[in-house]
Ligand binder design. Structure first.
Ligand SMILES: Cc1cc2nc3c(=O)[nH]c(=O)nc-3n(C[C@H](O)[C@H](O)[C@H](O)COP(=O)(O)O)c2cc1C
Length: 287
């Protein structure tokens, strides 16, 4: 799947991702009102990865229906990502996404740089639980909780999500980070703090998926630093059922979906795995 926030604003860009072989697209996170996001610089590319603090720019849910409906009419599987500042806001947004034809909603409980939303309301099991329960009570399509790695235990949040009825958890959002310009003697991003993504965070994502698999029985969607078929295989071995690709798309283009899938197929053939189920969670089994 395409991860939220990358090429996820227009129907045309998500259609391209679908045509390139992604099984589903996750929209960028949509809120109740139009949001301009932060002032530039909002993205900074470093050798360690990509640092961003976009501030959740989006057109608002009322203007987003057309995008989802167009994709659905083209037979694209759409996962509607939403963010809000209270359980009732999340429920309202989820209802709209369901009406537009999204296949599932992904609750952004994990954006590390937005104020009053994202991980600010998704960092405790209680908060995760109240949002998931409210959304589950409001819609019939599956509810996925996207969790933050910026806590002592992401698995603890996943347990709260599962106990509140979540159908899947998505691990992980970006890792809270900062870049400082020595020349300018100040943080590079206008917001100061941002979220790190890309290769550098794969070990963090794998650890979160691994720990969550030991505690939860609902499916886990792995995301963070996937560029190759082997990266995807590692997430599946840690316990993921599916995976999303974000930063690699901005670096390698949409063809990364095709290359990751064909590399994963080759890997499985070479290693004698008949299907993903045989590989899922295998890193947990000790002989
Ligand atoms: C520029 C940018 C914007 C993002 N916007 C969102 C967003 O709107 N909602 C969300 O849940 N995650 C967002 N993310 C996080 C990604 O979906 C993903 O969880 C994270 O980048 C780790 O995966 P990756 O290493 O493959 O990029 C964003 C990431 C980037 C780089």
């Amino acid at each position: 799947m395409l991860a939220s926030g990358i090429l996820g604003e227009t129907a045309a860009s998500m259609l391209r991702v679908h045509q390139a072989g992604a099984g589903a697209v996750v929209t960028k996170s949509i809120g109740l009102e139009t949001n301009e996001g932060y002032l530039n610089p909002t993205v900074f590319s470093m050798k360690e990865g990509l640092l961003n603090a976009m501030g959740l720019p989006n057109p608002g849910i009322m203007d987003y229906g057309e995008v989802v409906e167009r994709l659905v009419s083209e037979k694209v599987t759409v996962i509607g990502s939403i963010y809000g500042s209270s359980p009732s806001e999340f429920a309202k947004l989820a209802r709209a996404m369901e009406e537009y034809g999204a296949e599932a909603v992904e609750l952004n409980l994990s954006c590390p740089h937005a104020h009053g939303v994202g991980s600010e309301i998704g960092s405790t099991p209680e908060a995760v639980s109240s949002v998931v329960s409210a959304v589950k009570g409001a819609i019939d399509i599956p509810v996925w909780a996207k969790l933050t790695p910026n806590v002592a235990s992401t698995a603890e949040l996943a347990v709260a999500a599962e106990d509140s009825g979540a159908d899947a958890v998505v691990c992980i959002n970006t890792v809270k980070a900062m870049a400082i310009s020595a020349d300018l003697r100040m943080p590079v991003l206008s917001n100061g703090v941002g979220g790190l993504s890309g290769r550098a965070i794969k070990p963090v994502g794998l650890r979160c998926v691994y720990e969550t698999f030991e505690r939860c029985s609902i499916p886990i969607v792995g995301v963070g630093g996937i560029y190759t078929g082997t990266d995807a295989a590692e997430y599946i071995m840690a316990g993921a059922t599916a995976f999303q690709i974000g930063t690699a798309v901005s670096e390698l283009g949409v063809n990364v979906f095709g290359s990751v899938v064909s590399e994963l197929r080759e890997f499985m053939k070479r290693e004698g795995f008949a299907d993903l189920k045989e590989m899922r969670g295998i890193a947990h089994r000790r002989t």
